[in-house]
Ligand binder design. Structure first.
Ligand code: ARG
Length: 492
C-alpha cells in the first residue's frame, strides 16, 4: 500500500514540477518587437473590467449592451493612432494582469494605477488621469461616517486586486475589509447593508451616487502616493517600442485635456441615458444569450466529459502488466488531482496557463476545463456501474468465446450505463449550474449577463431573481427529460 501511495505522490509531484516554470515564461524574455507585432496583427486587444463608471461600464447603445466610458475612448484613440482595430475583452479586474502576462490581452485600460508593485510585472505608459479616492455610503449614514477612520467596528468594501483594497486593509483600524470581484456586487452589498461603505476612485463614486439617490460619497483621506491615484495603460513587461508609441497618444490626450473636455462628458451622457429603461424584460436578449452559452457549455462538457470518463474508468480497471499498472496509476492520480482542486482554479489554469502555449478563446477554455473536471467524476460513476454488473455476465460472455473487449463493449457497458443513468443525469444538472464558473474569464453565460444587466441598470437584486428563475427552469426541464428517458430505459 505504501508503495502505491509513494508512486501516486511521485506522479503528482512530477506533474506540479512540470507546470511550475509556466509562470516564469513571460513575453519580456523575447526581443522587443511589440509595436511591429500589433501593427502586423492589425488588432489591439484591450482588457478591462466594465463595472467602474465613468472609466468603463456597460450601457445600452442602439439597443445593445456595450462597454463605454473614458477608458474605451482612450483605447479607441490608441488603436486609431496605431492604425489597428480595437477589440475589447471584459473580465474581472483581478484577472486582468494575468490575462496580459499570458497574452490573452495586449493592453489593460481599466483605471489602473501604475504602482511600483505592478511595475515589477508590467510596463506602464505615462499617466492619463489623476484621481483620488472616496468612500460611497448609504445617504442615511451621512452623519455617522466622515472618512476612512469612521468605520471602526464596521465593514468597508473594495474591489479585490485594487489599490483601494490594499489601502483599506493597511490604513484602517478595527475595520473589517471585505473584498469582492465585482464593483456592482459591492454596491449591491452596500445597498442591502451588508457593507457600511465602499472605497473607490472619486469619478466612480460620483457616477454611482448620481445614479443611486440613496447613496452618498465622503472623502476617504487615504494616504496615497501619486502613482496610486493616477491611471495609466499597462502593456506586457519589456514592450518598449509599443509603450513609446502609445505615450505619444497619451501625451496628446493630456496636452489637449481630452479626458475632462471630451471623454468624461461623453461618459456622463451614457450614465444619464443608460437607466432609461431598467425593466428586466428590456434585457431579454442578454438573458437569452446567457441561456444559449450556458447550454452550449453544458452539452459540450457532458459529451466530452462522458468520453473522458469512460477512458478513465477503463484505465483505472487495467491490470496485468507494467504498462497497464502505470495506466491505472496515471488515471487514479488524474481523478484524485481533479477532484482535489477547485473547478475555478482549473478554469483559470486552462485559460491563462495553457494560454502560454496556445491562445484558446475563453469559451473553448471553459468547455475544456469543465469537461476535464466532469470526466473525473463520470469515471467514478462508470467504474461503479461496471462493478455493479454481476460477474456472471462476464463469465457467460467469455464462455461464448467473446473477447474481453467485446464483453465490455456489448455486455457490461450497456448494463452499467443503465445502472448509472440517474448519476449521469445529476451530473448534467450539476453542470448547468457549474457552467457559471466561466464568467470569471469573460464567457457571456447567465451569471456574466446578469452582471452586465446589474451594471447597466444599477439594479442589484432584480437580475439575480431573474437568473435564479431561469436556472430553475433549465434544471427542472432537464430533470423531467432525463426522468422520461430513464423510465424508457427501465422498460427496455
Ligand atoms: N484604480 C484602482 C487600481 O488600479 C482600481 C481600478 C478598478 N478598475 C475597474 N475597472 N474595476 O487598483
Amino acid at each position: 500500500m505504501k508503495k502505491r501511495v509513494g508512486l501516486l505522490l511521485a506522479i503528482m509531484t512530477a506533474f506540479v514540477m512540470l507546470v511550475m516554470p509556466l509562470g516564469n515564461t513571460t513575453h519580456a524574455q523575447a526581443a522587443d518587437n511589440s509595436l511591429e507585432k500589433i501593427q502586423k496583427k492589425g488588432v489591439l486587444v484591450m482588457g478591462t473590467s466594465p463595472d467602474y463608471p465613468p472609466y468603463e461600464f456597460q450601457a445600452t447603445v442602439n439597443g445593445k449592451s456595450t462597454v463605454v466610458g473614458m477608458d474605451v475612448q482612450i483605447g479607441k484613440k490608441v488603436a486609431k493612432d496605431l492604425g489597428v482595430k480595437l477589440k475589447i475583452k471584459s473580465m474581472s479586474f483581478d484577472s486582468l494582469l494575468v490575462a496580459l502576462q499570458t497574452g490573452k490581452v495586449d493592453m489593460i485600460i481599466s483605471g489602473m494605477n501604475p504602482t511600483p508593485a505592478r511595475r515589477k510585472n508590467v510596463s506602464f505608459t505615462h499617466t492619463y488621469y489623476q484621481g483620488g479616492y472616496d468612500i460611497v455610503i448609504n445617504k442615511t449614514d451621512k452623519a455617522k461616517y466622515k472618512n476612512k477612520d469612521s468605520f471602526g467596528g464596521g465593514t468597508l468594501g473594495a474591489q479585490t486586486g485594487t489599490t483601494q483594497y490594499n489601502a483599506a486593509k493597511s490604513q484602517t483600524k478595527n475595520t473589517t475589509v471585505k473584498g469582492m470581484t465585482s464593483q456592482s456586487d459591492l454596491i449591491l452589498a452596500l445597498q442591502s447593508h451588508k457593507l457600511d461603505g465602499v472605497a473607490m476612485e472619486k469619478p466612480s463614486a460620483e457616477a454611482y451616487v448620481s445614479n443611486n439617490k440613496q447613496l452618498a460619497a465622503i472623502p476617504s483621506d487615504f494616504n496615497m502616493s501619486s502613482s496610486a491615484t493616477s491611471s495609466a495603460i499597462a502593456f506586457r513587461k519589456g514592450s518598449t517600442s509599443l509603450v513609446n508609441k502609445v505615450n505619444k497618444t497619451v501625451d496628446q490626450i493630456k496636452k489637449e485635456n481630452l479626458v475632462k473636455k471630451d471623454y468624461l462628458p461623453a461618459a456622463g451622457k451614457y450614465l444619464k441615458t443608460n437607466t432609461v429603461n431598467t425593466s428586466m424584460t428590456h434585457y431579454w436578449k442578454a438573458f437569452l444569450t446567457g441561456i444559449e452559452y450556458t447550454l452550449i457549455i453544458t452539452v459540450c462538457s457532458v459529451f466530452f466529459g462522458f468520453i473522458i470518463g469512460i477512458i478513465l474508468a477503463l484505465a483505472r480497471m487495467a491490470r496485468g502488466n507494467f504498462f497497464k499498472n502505470l495506466l491505472r496509476w496515471v488515471a487514479t492520480a488524474y481523478v484524485e488531482f481533479i477532484r482535489g482542486t477547485p473547478m475555478m482554479v482549473q478554469v483559470m489554469f486552462v485559460y491563462f496557463g495553457l494560454g502560454l502555449f496556445v491562445n484558446l478563446p475563453a469559451l473553448t477554455s471553459g468547455i475544456i476545463a469543465i469537461s476535464l473536471n466532469s470526466g473525473a467524476y463520470v469515471a467514478e460513476y462508470i467504474r461503479g456501474g461496471i462493478n455493479s454488473v454481476d460477474v456472471g455476465q462476464t463469465e457467460a460472455a467469455r464462455s461464448l468465446g467473446m473477447s474481453n473487449g467485446k464483453t465490455m463493449r456489448y455486455v457490461i457497458l450497456p448494463q452499467a450505463l443503465k445502472n448509472i443513468w440517474p448519476s449521469l443525469g445529476n451530473e448534467f444538472i450539476t453542470l448547468i449550474k457549474d457552467s457559471s464558473i466561466v464568467s470569471i474569464i469573460g464567457v457571456t453565460e447567465l451569471i456574466y449577463q446578469s452582471n452586465i444587466v446589474r451594471s447597466d441598470t444599477y439594479r442589484g437584486v432584480a437580475p439575480i431573481v431573474v437568473i435564479m428563475v431561469l436556472y430553475f427552469i433549465l434544471t427542472f426541464t432537464a430533470s423531467r427529460i432525463l426522468n422520461y428517458f430513464e423510465r424508457k430505459m427501465q422498460h427496455a
